[in-house]
Design a protein. Sequence first.
Length: 302
Amino acid sequence: MDRFDSLQLFVRIVELGSFTRAAGLLDIPRATATHAMKALEARLGTRLLERTTRQVRPTLDGQAFYERCVQLLAELDDAESSLRTVAAHPRGTLRVDLHGTHATRIVLPRIDEFHMRYPQIELVVSSGDRLVDLVREGIDCVVRVGTPQDSSLVARRLAVMPEAIVASPAYLSAHGTPRHPDELPSHQAVGFFASSHDRRYPFELIVDGKPCEYTPHSWIAVNDAEAYVACALRGCGLIQLPRYHIEEALRDGTLVEVLADWRSSGLTVSAMYPQHRQLSPRVRVFIDWVAALYEQRFGRAE
């Protein structure tokens, strides 16, 4: 039994004058109550209760300790009540950082719904694809694509987004349409690299049940999703990216999907926050809200 439970038990014993009745009220065995009070007295180095065959009453030290416990438990109850109010009506500034296209195409188009639900939260939203230092920059949480590598962050998976390999009609007319993933190395692609390092990302498809990587030749590489699509529209090569990003281009024919018979593993999207930081009510409600948003768009994250 922890200290808080011991104090609650002690107060009930004094008020009811009985170990048995106090134990019954708290739904614990009488032997547990007896052991807990002996441990409490041993820890404090004084006798708190006088026990007779008919009644239990506090000693002088016990009476003084009882009065302090009643005050302490009342203050703790007030504190918990105030926190429950805050949890029900979170307020304050919430700083979030979103991947650029996720900000403009998924989260911000419905951000007014979040504000209507939690009008006392003031949002400060930054966007991009760089790695941010959440603690140093004072950011409460981020939404990022890919498998989290930072062990200091707690990650909640939001979605696994299906991908597509696409190109412009002009590129396919000039270079042909790949019919099998093994043909990809002979094609041109628009390279994509992360802002934080020089790593370039290959294409990835599931072939014969196994993930395989392909690296077509590229004469141009970018580190921004909008630039990536813009290059593909100009016939610079094949690109692979989440399908949601190019749905309109696929509908109007400005981009054409290739190798549709082979799927990718998909891109994981996660909400992350520092593990050593207490999850505040405003962070919790935002992550719950954005998780529901992604589930509606992409299905439940497995």
